[in-house]
Write a protein that binds this ligand. Structure first.
Ligand code: ADP
Length: 812
């Protein structure tokens, strides 16, 4: 905000300064405007002059052939007659015949002029000495008369249709850029310009020129005039309007068709050369000195070159300016002020608007467009823009603004850097304080040097990178899994422990949505899914695998925004493996169940029986029976405790597997044989079907013996008396397979999973007398899981049961 205000103020200030410069150039250095104008002339080039204009020039060849100037009046008369014979539209004589010569010649010339008809002759206004005209031409001028007309002699003045003035005063740069269409002597005698009179004759304009506001009306032509209020005037008569008009030169010297006077006199000209033409007769020889600078030959200073333009051609140019209505419309006064302000403001906007490469190209193009627009307007519409002063203003404004903008930006950068340094020091204890560069920005409004900036940037970057690296290493080294999530809950950081715990590589975790991540991580079909809301602290447990069981504790902590209270920038998620704790919890509750349920019943039975035994004198038969019962119950207790301990030891990983290669077929057969005696007691027949020759396995033989034994024991225990138990030992694919099937009551499908849980026993009436711990199948499952094998059950109620165990063969 502060920067924006600074920029606006700066722009206004610079536009004002540039405006001042523009105005100074416009009014104090007119030569710049004049130079701009001549440049545009040269860039514009030549325009076609009006076809009817012909110049008859007293050139160097004519001087050689006819004799030095002035010629005899009769010669001039002959020249006019030659021209008049072809019936031109009008003739202008750019020669002031002010002195009486031989009377015959004077008369002849007067006659020739009269006969020729539409002829305009010249008069010259003699102003104060030194204004371009030789003062010797007006020897009898009284000292009070500052200017007076040098008129043609009466014979000639009376013969001509009109007398025009041939006065021309050069501009600051020596160029004849404008003409005063009317001139007045000190006593108020006024004459119109020669070219204007010529136009009136050629176009048959009878009416006298009429002065209307800021224009001069001559017949159909309304000529804009630029009379300046500062035209020097010393006497009241000079207050008459000068009707100054800018001359729009068609081209450099000799753009108009020019015939040599000698040729015309010698009759060399083609017959219809002057028919219906407007003929200007005057001196064109450079040696005669009646020449002036035009924008086309004025290069200024040492580089001036080209022929100066003879006065007669200047008149031709004045004629063509009016005839073709090619008058200039200079933008000046209030319009120039308004235009300058508009262009400068546009320039400021252009300069400030662009960035990158355009910050150079944009203003550059804008500056270049000013002379370009000036040229186009000049060439196409004859409008003269104050190009010089506009350029001067822009050349102050644009670099000034660029510099100012850089300074402001540089100062802002200082502030930002100072802020960065302050914040950086508050961030973490790992940061060491800056020593080299002071944190506070200088109090001066001037920006600091680039060296300071570079040094500061380097230091801050170093420190910050260092800090980031330290934090990164810390997070990576944490034993727990750490995930960082952004505001939308997407993971943006994951440490190696998190990958490990979630069993997913870092690349997969980055960008993952937290909610779906944990929904997917939680294997199984638990309905109660934890929902993570970024912004709320939460802790929950998820089970990420069943076999082996693994549990994670997930703690989500929102990260509060440093900028806005109550708004979050993301969350930190910490993952901890709580499998051990979960297992311990489970063991604890099992122990509780064991003690409170499975152990209490037999112990209280033993206690009751022993109490009866000790308190009452019982007959020996009862004593023996009670003793049996106590023995059996305590035996069952012992078995329960032993089996539980075995299983727990196995589960808690305390018992390491004694791995060794062995023949599974032989092992299974051995177990089967060992159960034949028990089976025989219940008259159960054991059939060993499909015994494969040898099945090489690697595993803990004694544990696998227990597993097979438990299945066999259950088949015998739950099968009917006189029943059959069938065993198969074989290989399917890369698995060793053993099945034990019986003809017992079977197990309902709904119980298939549960019978493998610890202490789980079916509530069947027939089984109530069957002794058991509910740990046999849990043991089978644990042993097979530890060996990478599986146990499954096929059974229907009332149709017997088939237990199948599979184990990977050695080397698979
Ligand atoms: P138990 O010590 O009770 O036999 P187990 O874990 O071996 O404990 O078996 C769990 C339950 O599964 C038993 O209580 C029994 O109801 C059922 N069961 C196991 N084997 C069989 C089978 N072959 N036929 C029918 N039911 C069985």
């Amino acid at each position: 905000m502060a920067a924006a205000i600074g920029k606006t103020r700066l722009s206004i200030l610079l536009v004002a300064v540039a405006f001042g410069v523009s105005m100074a150039v416009e009014y104090l250095a007119p030569s710049i405007a004049a130079t701009a104008l001549t440049t545009m002339y040269r860039l514009r080039g030549v325009e076609k002059p009006p076809p009817e204009v012909v110049i008859v020039g007293v050139d160097d060849a004519s001087l050689l052939q006819v004799g030095p100037w002035p010629w005899r009046r009769s010669t001039v008369a002959a020249l006019i007659e030659t021209v008049a014979r072809q019936h031109p539209r009008a003739i202008a004589l750019d020669v002031v015949f002010a002195e009486q010569k031989d009377p015959a010649g004077d008369r002849a010339l007067g006659d020739a002029i009269r006969r020729a008809g539409d002829v305009v002759v010249s008069a010259q206004l003699i102003e104060s000495a030194g204004r371009g005209i030789d003062s010797s031409l007006a020897p009898e001028r009284s000292p009070t008369q500052l200017s007076q007309w040098l008129m043609p002699i009466p014979e000639i003045a009376s013969a001509a249709r009109a007398i025009g003035h041939v006065h021309a005063a050069p501009d600051v740069d020596g160029v004849l850029s404008s003409v005063q269409l009317s001139k007045s002597s000190s006593v108020g005698a006024r004459r119109w310009a020669l070219a204007l009179e010529l136009l009136r004759l050629a176009s048959n304009i009878e009416a006298a020129p009429e002065e209307i506001p800021s224009a001069l009306q001559v017949g159909p032509y309304v000529i804009p005039i630029l009379d300046r209020s500062d035209t020097p005037s010393l006497e009241p008569a000079s207050l008459q309007r000068a009707n100054e008009m800018r001359i729009n030169y068609a081209g450099p010297t000799a753009t108009f068709p020019t015939l040599s006077a000698a040729d015309v006199l010698a009759g060399k000209s083609v017959a219809s050369q002057f028919t219906n033409k407007v003929v200007l007769i005057g001196a064109t020889a450079q040696s005669l000195g009646d020449t002036g600078q035009t924008p086309f030959n004025h290069f200024g200073g040492l580089r001036a070159s080209g022929l100066k333009m003879p006065g007669v051609e200047v008149h031709a140019n004045i004629y063509s300016t009016i005839r073709d209505r090619k008058w200039f419309r200079p933008v000046q006064g209030l319009a120039a002020v308004a235009l300058t302000i508009a262009v400068l403001i546009a320039g400021a906007i252009f300069t400030l608007r662009f960035s990158d490469a355009m910050q150079l190209i944009g203003p550059g193009a804008f500056i270049a467009s000013v002379p370009l627009a000036g040229l186009v307007l000049f060439s196409e519409f004859a409008v003269i823009l104050p190009v010089g002063s506009l350029l001067a203003g822009l050349l102050v404004l644009v670099p000034g603004l660029s510099l100012g903008r850089s300074l402001l930006a540089s100062r802002d950068l200082d502030r930002q850097l100072a802020r960065l340094k302050r914040t950086e020091q508050e961030l973490l204890p790992v940061s060491t304080a800056f020593t080299r560069v002071p944190a506070e920005s200088s109090t001066s409004w001037l920006p600091r040097t680039f060296d300071w900036k570079l040094q500061t940037v380097a230091e801050v970057t170093d420190h910050l990178l260092n800090q980031v690296a330290v934090i990164d290493r810390m997070l990576r080294s944490v034993g727990n899994g750490v995930l960082l999530a952004d505001r939308e809950g997407r993971v943006i950081f994951s440490n190696p422990a998190a990958s490990e715990l979630l069993r997913r590589p870092r690349e997969q975790l980055i960008g993952e949505d937290l909610e779906s991540l944990f929904a997917a991580a939680e294997s199984g079909d638990k309905a109660a899914e934890p929902t993570i809301a970024i912004g709320q602290a939460a802790t929950f447990e998820i089970e990420i695998s069943r076999t082996p069981a693994r549990f994670l504790e997930v703690s989500v902590s929102p990260v509060e925004s440093s900028r806005k209270r109550g708004e979050n920038e993301g969350a930190v998620v910490v993952l901890a493996d709580v499998t051990k704790r979960k297992q311990l919890d489970q063991t604890k509750s099992e122990m509780l169940r064991l003690v409170s349920h499975e152990l209490r019943t037999p112990v209280s039975a033993i206690q009751g029986l022993s109490e009866v035994l000790t308190k009452f004198g019982l007959p020996p038969k009862d004593v023996q029976e009670f003793g049996h019962t106590i023995h059996a119950e305590s035996g069952r207790l012992l078995e329960l405790v032993n089996r539980y301990l075995d299983l727990t030891r196995l589960e808690s990983d305390q018992q390491k597997l004694q791995l060794a290669p062995f023949d599974f077929a032989a092992l299974a057969e051995e177990v089967v044989e060992s159960y034949r005696a028990i089976a025989a007691q219940k008259e159960v027949q054991i059939l060993l079907k499909d015994r494969a020759p040898a099945i090489p396995l690697r595993g803990d033989a004694s544990l696998l013996r227990i597993a097979v034994g438990n299945l066999l024991a259950n088949a015998i225990k739950y099968g009917p008396v006189h029943g059959k138990v069938t065993i198969t030992i074989g290989v399917t694919g890369t698995l060793a397979e053993l099945t034990v099937s019986d003809e017992g009551p079977g197990i309902p499908a709904s119980e298939h999973d549960r019978i493998f849980e610890k202490f789980y026993r079916l509530r069947r009436e027939d089984d109530s007398s069957t002794p058991g711990t509910g740990l046999g199948l849990a043991m089978v499952k644990e042993i097979l899981t530890r060996h990478g094998g599986q146990v499954s059950l096929e059974s229907k109620e009332g149709r017997g049961s088939l237990f199948r165990i599979t184990l990977p063969l050695m080397g698979h």
